[in-house]
Design a protein around this ligand. Structure first.
Ligand SMILES: C[S@@+](CC[C@H](N)C(=O)[O-])C[C@H]1O[C@@H](n2cnc3c(N)ncnc32)[C@H](O)[C@@H]1O
Length: 341
């Protein structure tokens, strides 16, 4: 098994400071007009510093302006990967955009940690499906498209801080795949509870990036075990552990935040009926396994770039040998309703 060096404290993390470059300046021009200035939110005033990014070994991560550093890059390569992930999650959810029983006449939807905003679950299709609703997607990174339906806008916002929307003003809060970026799930869901109208719904979909197998085929896979340790240990070291599904944190936190009528569903990416989904999982991994692990391996675990590349080669080899390994990941969706007043 790969030796995982220890760090005594988070202050030892080698986080480069924000930097700007000609290409980040391009981003300023490209992205600024995609954002709405409603004067009421923390995204109201966009200075160029927001649009700077943190560069780590040739990949771009969110700006150091925020306390939060999300572990995957915000560049095009990772963005394509998010699109592939979205595709297989749609297959697993049988094409459903959401699982919470929201009403067709909802007025306001928030998608927290919206990502590149390219794909349907979050948030363009919400805007299409609910044309009378105002849809707002938020993220740490300004990576969303410029041309969007008129009822959709994006805001730069750190979801771990107090939310800027008024109490009882939102019908549906959608949050997908923030594990690794959240230290306190109850605090996050309390903000959702506060801004939701009575009767409004919160849906949390999360993904565990650690490999699983039901038939023991993971037992002899050193690469899978090291991968899992990187996420387990890395998540603990940055204070955002990946035990969200294994310890049922979504459900516990949603209930603790005050929601009632909580329901949940767990999905395996290896569902036998959905071999196609499994193929996309491999494709997503192959397309940017560097992006998923670079931050943890080189910045949190202290590995050299070379050690990281050797590790990636072993993971690639393991994935290509998919006939003899039956590895999968788990995703869990939990949704709860704010009690009617
Ligand atoms: C794995 S992507 C998921 C994107 C999208 N929700 C989806 O399901 O495809 C995680 C996104 O959450 C954003 N994010 C992470 N921590 C955040 C925070 N504290 N506040 C706002 N966005 C955050 C990241 O910048 C990234 O775009």
């Amino acid at each position: 098994m790969r030796h995982l060096p220890r760090l005594d404290s988070l202050s030892q993390l080698k986080l480069p400071s924000a930097c700007s470059s000609p290409s980040s300046q391009d981003n300023v021009n490209d992205t600024e007009s995609a954002y709405q200035d409603d004067g009421a939110s923390s995204s109201a005033s966009l200075s160029s510093s927001i649009l700077e990014y943190r560069a780590i070994h040739g990949r771009k991560f969110n700006s150091a302006r925020y306390d939060s550093t999300y572990f995957t890059p915000n560049d095009d390569r990772q963005s394509e990967n998010v699109d592939i992930t979205h595709h297989y999650m749609t297959l697993l959810l049988e094409g459903k955009l959401y699982l919470a029983p929201i009403k067709p006449d909802i007025q306001k939807v928030l998608d927290i940690g919206t990502g590149n905003g390219n794909h349907p679950a979050t948030p363009s299709d919400f805007a299409d499906e609910f044309p009378s609703a105002e849809v707002i997607g938020t993220d740490l990174s300004p990576i969303q498209p410029q041309w969007v339906p008129p009822n959709l806008k994006f805001e730069l916002d750190d979801a771990t801080k107090s939310w800027t929307w008024p109490d009882n003003s939102v019908d549906f809060v959608h949050i997908r795949f923030l594990a690794g970026g959240i230290k306190d799930w109850t605090a996050l869901f309390r903000e959702a509870h506060r801004v939701l109208k009575p009767g409004g719904w919160l849906q949390s979909g999360e993904f565990d990036p650690r490999f699983l197998s039901d038939d023991g085929t993971m037992d002899n896979q050193a690469a899978a075990k090291t991968w899992n340790e990187v996420f387990t240990e890395g998540g603990i070291r940055i204070g955002s552990p990946f035990n969200v599904i294994t310890d049922n944190l979504q459900e516990a936190a949603i209930k603790e935040a005050g929601f009632g009528a909580v329901e949940a569903g767990t999905y395996k990416t290896a569902d036998k009926k959905l071999a196609e989904a499994g193929r996309y999982v491999s494709l997503a991994l192959e397309s940017d396994m560097e992006g998923y692990t670079l931050f943890f391996c080189t910045q949190v675990m202290g590995w050299s770039v070379e050690e990281h590349q050797v590790f990636l080669m072993s993971v690639r080899k393991m994935i290509r040998n998919y006939r003899s390994t039956h590895l999968y990941f788990q995703a869990r969706y939990v949704w709860g309703q704010k009690p009617e007043a």
